[in-house]
Design a protein around this ligand. Structure first.
Ligand code: ADP
Ligand code: MG
Length: 696
């Protein structure tokens, strides 16, 4: 019999339209969805306890024969169902509150298994069970004996949906799994299954939902049984197959073959007050070799804050300009775009080139110069994507801090050129395994070396009572000729929170230090005003810059040596790391002070990590663990399909083999002619996203 896994879940006995809609809310629309909706934990309900030995406050499984079942009305709003059972050692009362309709299930003389919490009885009278899970011996007759679902076995616990009890949910899952597991096509090439000694797919599904008794419960709870692994591997393999296909496809595209002569780039390099680090030189080489090739570049450049990505980007852009093309760098915020502009425009103009800044608040000014090709380099925000922005000859796109851009935005920018080369820069250090997933179709360069003579930043955690120390530090740094940032979580005071705010903060500081110039910058200011403040801070006219997180990324003022973060407990780890990265950019000793007004467990952990390390990779790993992969990356933005079974942290070890197998397979059989089932499984998994994702 052909079983269609795409059949609506309503197809299952006991699931009517109402329950189907409840299930739909947690993404279970059809039978396949249900099969791959795994329990999030398991309970071992196999050991039966003698009733005579029960003590309050334990979770137990007991079995016995029903002696009687009565509904007692305590008052109009409270009805209690009491069921008394005996296992020969003693009697036990089980109670349910306001579920009188359950009574019909408990016919005297029937054997039953209960699982639930033991409580001291009313007024200390013995013990009783409250709202236990139950299993009736008659339920599964016909199968030749009790095959328990809710008790007497290792029981799966699901994230259920409102309106469906664990028990009802489990019954539905039991029906789906027992009837349809075997209908799931096993698309994995046999060779791979046997290479990793994987169990088959039906067996895996059955055992992750309703495990056989010999599987250790701890392994189940950690999600590391062979059955879990098999399912996770399938998912990661499908993901990697999609990436391999995208990459293959991109490689066959025709892009621009740049032939830069190095004229502009070497002029720039000669002007720099420093020499490029080995890592920067290596990465420049990698980029140039991509640019020289005929297929379009899709390269990810990763480098911790302060590793010197900007100059690498600029060298790449000049290489495009040398060949008569335009280059653009897109940043996620106006401040950052402005900063890039401020940092590079003089260098660029000294080379006799034209550069323009294009952000939301500066529209319409430079369109003609860009369209006519007079402009060589454009720095901007997502405003670059607007239809009215037309390029004469766009050859290279640099996207800074890419995790903030959606896939669609990147796609629209690329369409403004003729298959331009794309360089994506990120300062979020990503563990290798994750980079392979998230950016699996991109080539990968990393600047793994900081410019020399950097003194490590000293980070301190201070509390409200130690505020005086911060004032003294600010004063000292400025006296020594340094500059400071003071970052606040919000712009202005409000009745809704007690959070300290930037505007008030800057006023307080200015009053306290009349001889020092305190500046203020935040996202609600006009661009011109902000540019002016940033320029004055860069020139050293402003000593202390009070701000919100607008300065989080990219801002580069090497003379700034002190970063104070107010309400540090409110910020995420990567955010704190980014903020701290604004100092320590020159040769002087820099400090970061985290001022904290009380914290929870997670924020304490974040702050401790900050004090302990400044290694971006370690910080990213901790961040990932604290927040989980979904939130860490914002999967919606990344364009990667959601993973249902695999967990990138837990199943990291499977990623590398999954990738290797997938890429080898696509190498040998790019159209998957020998594996039609695989093809459709990729389509099912990636859906329209495979088109989307390709555009990164
Ligand atoms: P990020 O990778 O965070 O974008 P930047 O490109 O802003 O880093 O560079 C940080 C600082 O280091 C800047 O002041 C830049 O001028 C400086 N810098 C970059 N490369 C070098 C180098 N090779 N030697 C010394 N200083 C450098
Ligand atoms: Mg940068």
């Amino acid at each position: 019999m052909e079983k269609d896994l795409n059949a609506p879940i309503q197809y299952i006995k006991g699931v009517g339209p109402h329950r189907a809609s409840l299930l739909g809310r947690i993404g279970i629309k059809n039978l396949r969805d249900a099969l791959f909706y795994l329990p999030y934990r398991y309970e071992d309900r196999r050991v039966f306890k003698k009733i005579a030995l029960l003590r309050p406050d334990e979770l137990v499984t007991v079995s016995g024969r029903i002696l009687k079942a009565d509904v007692i009305s305590i008052n109009p709003r409270l009805k209690i169902l009491e069921v008394i059972i005996s296992d020969g050692s003693a009697l036990l009362k089980a109670k349910w509150f306001n579920q009188p309709y359950l009574k019909k299930n408990f016919k005297p003389g029937i054997d039953v298994i209960f699982y639930g919490p033991i409580k001291a009885g009313f007024r200390g009278a013995g013990v009783e069970l409250q709202n236990p899970d139950y299993e009736l011996a008659v339920e599964d007759e016909g199968d030749g004996g009790v095959s328990a679902t809710h008790t007497g076995r290792i029981v799966p616990i699901y994230h259920s949906t409102e309106g469906l009890s664990q028990r009802q949910f489990r019954n539905i899952m039991n029906a789906v799994v027992s009837q349809y597991s075997a209908a799931v096509p096993d698309f994995m090439p046999n060779e791979i299954v046997s290479r990793y000694r994987f169990p088959n797919i039906a067996e895996s599904l059955m055992n992750v939902h309703f495990p056989k008794p010999e599987i250790p419960v701890e392994d189940l709870n950690r999600g590391v049984t062979n059955y879990h692994r098999r399912l996770a591997f399938d998912e990661l393999f499908t993901l990697q197959l999609g990436l391999a296909l995208i990459k293959k496809d991109e490689a066959s595209e025709k892009g621009i073959t740049f032939a830069p002569d190095g004229r502009l780039a070497s002029k720039l390099i000669n002007k720099l007050p420093y020499t490029l680090t080995g890592a920067q030189q290596r990465v420049v080489k990698e980029i140039l070799s991509d640019m020289r090739s005929s297929s379009p570049m899709h390269r990810l450049l990763q480098g911790d804050v302060g590793s010197g990505k900007t100059i690498v980007a600029l060298i790449s852009m000049l290489s495009a300009v040398e060949c008569g093309y335009q280059a653009v760098i897109m940043a996620p915020t106006e401040i950052l775009a402005e900063q890039h502009y401020l940092n590079i425009h003089r260098l660029v103009e000294e080379l006799g080139l034209r550069i323009h800044l294009l952000t939301g608040s500066r529209k319409n000014k430079e369109y003609e110069a860009i369209a006519s090709g007079q402009t060589n380099i454009v720095v901007g925000t997502h405003a670059l994507i607007q239809e009215s922005v037309v390029f004469a000859k766009l050859g290279l796109i640099v996207i800074d801090e890419q995790h903030r851009f959606g896939v669609m935005q990147r796609a629209s920018l690329r369409k403004k050129g003729l298959n331009p080369d794309t360089l994506i820069m990120t300062a979020t250090p990503i563990p290798r395994t994750l980079a392979m997933t998230l950016y699996g179709d991109l080539d990968y360069s990393v600047i793994d070396e900081l410019p020399p003579n950097r003194t490590p930043i000293i980070t301190k955690l201070l509390y409200e009572s130690q505020k005086e120390r911060i004032y003294r530090m600010l004063e000292d740094e400025v006296k020594k000729g340094g500059q400071a940032y003071v970052v606040y979580p919000v712009i202005e005071d409000s009745e809704k929170t007690t959070l300290k705010a930037a505007i008030t903060g800057s006023e307080v500081l200015q009053k306290m230090f009349p001889k020092i110039t305190v500046g203020l910058i935040h996202g609600r200011m006009k661009t011109a005003e902000r540019e002016d403040i940033m320029r004055r801070f860069k020139e050293g006219v402003i000593n202390i810059l009070v701000s919100t997180t607008v300065i989080e990324v990219g801002v580069d003022v090497p003379n700034a040596t002190l970063m104070v973060i107010i309400h540090a407990e409110r910020f995420g780890l990567s955010q704190l790391h980014q903020l701290r990265g604004r100092v320590g950019r020159g040769g002087e000793q820099s400090f970061c002070v985290l001022l904290c007004y009380g914290y929870g467990e997670d924020s304490k952990r974040r702050l401790d990590v900050m004090v302990k390390t400044s290694d971006g990779f370690k910080i990213a790993e901790e961040d990932l663990e604290i927040r989980g992969p979904g939130e860490f990356f914002g999967t919606k933005q990344s364009g990667i399909p959601d993973l249902k079974v695999a967990n990138l942290l837990r199943d990291g070890v499977l990623l590398e083999p999954a990738r290797k197998e997938a890429f080898t397979l696509i190498e040998n059989d790019p159209a998957l002619i020998g594996f039609p089932a695989l093809r459709s499984s990729i389509e099912g998994f990636w859906g329209s996203k495979i088109e989307l994702f390709k555009t990164a």
